[in-house]
Structures are given as structure tokens and as C-alpha cells.
Design a binder for this molecule. Sequence first.
Ligand code: PEP
Ligand code: MG
Length: 583
Amino acid sequence: MYTLHGTGIGRGIAMGHALIWDQEQSTIPMHHLDQSQVDSEIGRFSHAISLVRSELRRVQDTLPESAPPETAAFIDVHLMMLDDPVISQQPVESIAQQRLNAEWALKNHGDTLVAFFEGIADPYLRTKKEDVAQVVDRVMDVLLQSGSTAIESTRTVDTPLDGKIIVARDVSPADAITLRHRHMVAFITSLGGPISHTAILARSLGIPAVVGMHDVLSTIQDGDPLIVDAANGTVIVAPDTSTIEFFERKHTEQRDRESRLTKVLGKAVVTQDNEPVSILANIELPDDVTALQGSGAAGVGLYRTEFLFMNRNESPSEEEQYSAYCQVLKSVSGPVTIRTLDLGADKQIAGARVESNVQVTPALGLRAIRLCLSEPALFKPQLRAIFRAALFGEARVMIPMLSSLQELEQSLAIIREVRAELKRDGIAFNEDVPIGGMIEVPAAAIAADLFARKLDFLSIGTNDLIQYTLAIDRVDDSVNYLYDPLHPSVLRLIHSVLKAGREARIPVAMCGEMAGDTHFTRLLLGLGLREFSMEPSQLLEVRQQILSSRITDVEPIANAILACKDTDTLYQQLEQLNAMSVS
Ligand code: PEP
Ligand code: MG
């Protein structure tokens, strides 16, 4: 028995046997063709593209009703990538002109596209390299056709996978859905990070997974008995009897807990000592609001509007944005916090790749509000659309990645300008939309009191705040191990932002992943957080944790954690805090 560590996705426990899904295509055939073979090779390539297209459409057509709303969008992304000329046409040119065989041509162009996405600063766009690789892998599988690897039979044959834990280099969103249909119980991958599409999907579908386990394909053997503990990001290989019994008990407890959880929905979100707390949802696309129905979310704490700009060649017009924002505002009762564009500099106009003159900007470069201020033509239509749509609901505008007060002043000046223009043109809009800022750059966190004086609310973006404070790229899995929400510097920053909000008498929310992690709920309550925004799948657990906490109990321990001088004591105190039962 031994244990492997990676990044856990979701909280589930799964037990089963490994099914190696080996996508290592080390033996991609590469050879030159005779002129006489060119036409049939082009035919073979085009056939593979259409097979993959029909396969993806079939997956989309057979999505279960319970599939989360973003699922269809993920598959759309793959369909769009499949139709990208770099994948579907340029290999044909290489076959015709350089007389490369289809696999070689596809590999060359696929590698170029992956490298392109790898060089992009924006974390969301960078994760697209995984989508590209997954689409290329799919076409490659069809081309290879040999059926020599497990992946062929796993993907093309509909045999049930009850009790199987897929061990793969990577799993695409479409594969995750098909494999779930066939009752796969969990998956483990050597690639991937916590914010990839597949990870988001696995979380929503409730599939336990551990990703970013670098050597997993050379460590685990086909058929090995495994336990996947997603909450801890661990995989136990060949567990002994007592370990199996321990996890069986844990699994049963977890199921009981889940069925009890739905019962907390009817109750008001207050702590045991009657302190009201707001729990809100993070959404990416207008259709995501369907996941909020019956979820108990009091509104939307983060609407990541940049998703509207992705996977397309033109930015959405003001009208298109207006109707997207209207759709969300009309269907959500409660506040909808619309975050203005959080894009990187590589895509100022087009939502997707620009063929030439690509400016690859580092993570610390021209992104989010910096980009919007330098491109008012991008920023102003969005603000107009938001203010107009705000007539239909409780909209709030939130500015991402603020780092300097001048930036805030400039943003507020543009907002005033947009309002004046709408008024001048006689266009109906809501004049009282609260304006807030994300605190996700350490500079803004340290000077939060100065930002708080000029804003209606703040929201702590812990994903970026931790990235920038600890100097670790959040999408680089080689430094994932340093990502630590409990780092004293992070806790101190959170604490001082909450204090700044209290002193300025404005609300402070948190919308990074930390807000949806129940390990931190009591700690955050104790530090003074009263507004939590998270992925909809986390809402119930966090709600339950809030209902079972008492502020007067958690506050002193949270303060003790804040004052901790060493990590061991800090973890002990946190454990004590989370284990505390309320009578
Ligand atoms: C954050 O940085 O914590 C955040 C919520 O924003 P995003 O994850 O979209 O960067
Ligand atoms: Mg952020």
C-alpha cells in the first residue's frame, strides 16, 4: 500500500480498480507520402475530423438533464476548436504540399496551437491549451485507429465502467461526461489544475478526481485497487483491509451528510447566535443561472463576464452584452455582481486568437482593468450595457485587479462619462448601480482603507490575491504545492481588508475559491466575513457550516490563528475550530 498526492477536485471518495487510459502517443507514425497517396490521406484526415465532430455532437445530444449548464458550452468549445483552420485545414495543406502523413501533419499544427495558448498570460485563456490538446488527441486517436491502447476500447466501446477509476494523461470535458454515463467512479490525471474546464465540470458532476499527478501513468498499473480521496488530493494504491474499512465508513458518513444537507435549504442563513450571513453564487455564462434555482443562493457575487468574449473572433456588441446581462438580472432575485472584463492583453478586440501581431503579456501585465482603461472602446460598451440592463434587476458593477488609486479614479471617471452620455442620448438606464472593486492584488489589500473610501463594496479575490502574494502562478501545477490560503501573509491581508470595510461601513465579500471551501468557513466568519460567493456546487456545504457555527465561539480562535507563530499550531487551531460542535 502507498499513497500518491495531487490536486483534489471535489470532495468525494471513490473505491475501485484502475483502468489505464494511456494517451501517450509516443508512437505517432511520421513519414512522407508518395504523390499518389496524397488524396486518400486527405480523405482519411477529413473523415477523422467528421467522425470526431459527430461524436462530440452525439455527446451533446445525449447530455443528461442533470448535467450542469456549462457542460454544453464546454463541448461547444471543442467543436469550435475542431473547426479552427489550424486543426481542420492547415494539416490538409501540409499533407498536400509537404506530403506529410495525416498524423504528422496534425501533430505539427496541434503543437503550434498548444504553444500559442501556453504563451498567453491570462490564466483562463492559458487553460485553453488543454482543450486544444484534448481535441487534437481525439482526432489523433481516430487516425491511429490501431486500437492498441486501452483508450481506444474505452472510448469507442460502450462497455460499462462500474467500479473503474480512469487513470489518464488528461480527460476532456466530453470524455468526463461519456465516462460518467458509463459509470466510471473517479478519474486521476497526470496533467491539469484546479481551474481547468474538466476540473470545473468534475466538481459540478460530483465526480471525485485527482489531477496534476505527474508520474501517475508510470506508477499505477492497470487493475490496481485504488481509493481516491478527492478532498485530500490523495490516491491510495493497493489499500490494506483496515484502510478500506476506514474509507468505507467515511464514504457512508459522507452520503448521510449529503442527504441531510438538502434539509438546510429552507432555513435562513444565520449563525447559531443569529448573525445573518449572505451566500451567493459565482457564474460564468448567462445560462448558469439555471443552476441557481433551488440552490439557496441569495444572488450572484461574481459574474465573470469575460466568458462572453471568449471563443469568438469579434467582441460582443453592446446589444449582445445588454441582452446577456438582462437575461441574468431578470432571472436572479437578489444582487447580481457583474465583474467588468478580466481579460489579458492578447485579446483586446477579438475574443479569440489573433493570427498575427500577438502580444504575449506576462501575468503581471496589461490585463483586467488595466486593459479596459487602455481600451475604452472595450470598456465603455460593457458599462453602457450593464447600466441599461440594471433597470431589470439588482445589478452591481465590480472592477477587477485594481492596484492603484489612480486606476480607480480613472475607472470612476469613465463610469461618470458613460452615465452622462446615456443621459445626453436619452437612453434609459439605472443611475444608482453600486460600484465595487475586487481586492486581489496585495497593493490594494494593504491600502484597502483608501479604496474603501471611494467604493460601495469590496470583494476579496483570493485566487489572485494568493497568487500575487505568494508569487506563484496559479495555473502552473509545478508550484501548486505552494498555493496556501493559510499563509500568515494571506490571512493578515484578508483580515485587514475586512477591517477596512468595517471602518468605511461598506460590505466586503469574498469570491475566490477560498470562500467555497468549508475548511475555511469558520475561520473566515471569525475574521469577520459575512458575504461568501462560490461555485453553486459548494453552496449547501458552506451553508450548513455557517448554520452550525457561533460567532462568539469562532472569533477568538480565528484571532488566535491570526496570531499563530508557527504552522503546526496554526493547523492544530484550525482543526480545533472545525471540529468544534455547537450545542
Ligand atoms: C479571484 O481572483 O479570486 C477571482 C475570484 O477572480 P478569478 O478567479 O476570475 O481571477
Ligand atoms: Mg481574479
